[in-house]
Design a protein around this ligand. Structure first.
Ligand code: S3P
Length: 176
């Protein structure tokens, strides 16, 4: 079985959806951000502080290559994984890519806490909504490459998962 790769902007619910989807399908679950933190022995904000965004992206790239070797795994990625086309090529080689989206208000409320998302904190000069909107615009084209897209703004993880499962079945991607 292929992997199921969840991409999408920060705060679109990749981790919670991924966990629910994996248990529903009997797949393993891998959170890339968590794998990066474990490998580095540091939190993501600490990695950004010490090594900068480039240092984080290099670690992200290594974690992607490892994750892409797996099978039967739901892989929740970090929102910026799409910035490197080679990341997506590796994940796509044995994976179907599902993009989660959400409206700006939802993302704003899910990512309001400072100190957790260095990319947003760094661009937020007092107007977090403006920072989110600008970054969403910058990345919009990159998230368009998914095989399927689900808006999670008004949906619980269970409903989102139902929708993804329906898509996978329709494509004949589940051996049930
Ligand atoms: C990032 C998103 C984060 C994490 C890192 C960078 C980004 O993951 O990988 O802070 O550039 O969008 P989440 O999307 O899980 O918050």
């Amino acid at each position: 079985m292929k992997n199921i790769v969840l991409i999408g902007f920060m705060g679109t619910g990749k981790t919670s959806t991924g966990k629910t989807l994996a248990s529903r399908l009997g797949f393993s679950f891998l959170d890339l951000d968590e794998a990066i933190e474990t490998a580095a022995g540091m939190t993501i904000p600490q990695i950004f502080e010490q090594f900068g965004e480039n240092g984080f992206r290099a670690r992200e790239r290594e974690a992607v290559l490892k994750a892409a070797e797996r099978r039967n795994t739901v892989i929740a990625t970090g929102g910026g994984v799409v910035k490197n086309a080679a990341n997506m090529d590796a994940l796509r080689a044995h994976g179907v890519v599902v993009c989660l989206t959400a409206d700006v208000d939802t993302i704003l409320s899910r990512t309001a806490t400072r100190g957790e998302r260095p990319v947003l904190d760094g661009r937020d000069a007092g107007d977090r909504r403006a920072a989110i909107e600008a970054l969403m615009k910058e990345r919009a084209a990159l998230y368009k490459g998914a095989d399927y897209t689900v808006d999670t703004s008004d949906w619980s993880p269970l409903l989102v998962v139902d929708d993804i499962v329906k898509f996978l079945r329709g494509r004949g991607l589940l051996h049930e």
